[in-house]
Design a protein around this ligand. Structure first.
Ligand SMILES: C[S@@+](CC[C@H](N)C(=O)[O-])C[C@H]1O[C@@H](n2cnc3c(N)ncnc32)[C@H](O)[C@@H]1O
Length: 230
């Protein structure tokens, strides 16, 4: 996929890396409860969200990810939790479902791992093709903030896992490199890019929130929390 966006070595510390992120789980669980049909998480990772979704709904979650080691973590965590995840090794840009989904969701800014507009357009088109009429696509991503990027550029941080950050201005890209090795790159996107992606994919914006409690989105918001409908 062009520049490497997700290094397998990152998965060794992913559980620690993602531990502070808990606010999103209830949001996606609620959307799943409302969905009358198949549930799909793209970039499912270790099942951090999908396992509570499967527990709350009593239904399996189809999960796609390009990382064998993340899928292995999801497999063992699902077994330990006694829930069924239908895990598939694959790229979100090639999403193809046997049965149209009622909900496709993508938590924890994972769409930012896609480097180009074309990668995102393709993903949105595949998502739209995979949804039932009226089906929903939900995701969240950082709001693009140069000030944060500049502040973090070159900085070393100790939590949640020791790492450093580099901001590649010309490529609107952030590289997170763990001290232990493992890199995760994020290509930031603006609100208009997200809205444009919905437009070209033929999806309707249902709600844009500024947070997982349904806060209205405004100039001070720092997270795009988006629900769209086919
Ligand atoms: C930040 S994690 C999110 C995992 C999980 N959704 C969560 O909320 O904890 C990003 C995940 O995206 C996956 N990923 C990166 N690029 C991908 C792609 N093109 N298609 C599918 N998965 C991808 C990585 O392997 C990794 O598991």
């Amino acid at each position: 996929m062009g520049p490497m966006s997700w290094d397998e070595a990152f998965s060794d510390r992913y559980a620690e890396w993602s531990a502070p992120m808990t606010a999103d789980v209830g949001f996606y669980v609620e959307l799943a409860r409302q969905a009358d049909g198949p549930l799909v998480e793209v970039a499912i990772g270790n099942g951090r969200v999908a396992i509570p979704v499967a527990q709350a709904t009593g239904r399996p979650v189809i999960g796609l990810d390009t990382s064998p080691s993340m899928l292995e973590q999801a497999r063992s965590a699902a077994a330990a939790a006694g829930v069924h995840l239908d895990l598939r090794l694959g790229d979100m840009r090639d999403l193809a479902l046997d049965e149209p989904a009622a909900l496709i969701y993508c938590p924890f800014r994972a769409l930012l791992h896609l480097p180009t507009w074309a990668d995102r357009r393709r993903t949105f088109e595949r998502v739209a093709a995979g949804l039932r009429p009226g089906g929903r696509f939900a995701w969240n991503a950082f709001v693009f903030d140069h000030q944060v990027a500049v502040r973090l550029d070159g900085a070393h941080q100790t939590t949640p896992v020791p790492h450093s950050v580099r901001y590649a201005v010309g490529d609107n890209r952030i590289d997170i490199t763990l001290d232990d090795g493992g890199t995760s790159s994020l290509w930031w996107a603006t609100k208009n890019e997200w809205l444009g992606l919905l437009d070209v994919a033929g999806l309707q914006l249902e709600a844009l929130y500024g947070g997982f409690a349904g806060e209205p989105f405004g100039d001070a918001s720092r997270e795009y929390v988006v629900v769209a409908r086919r």
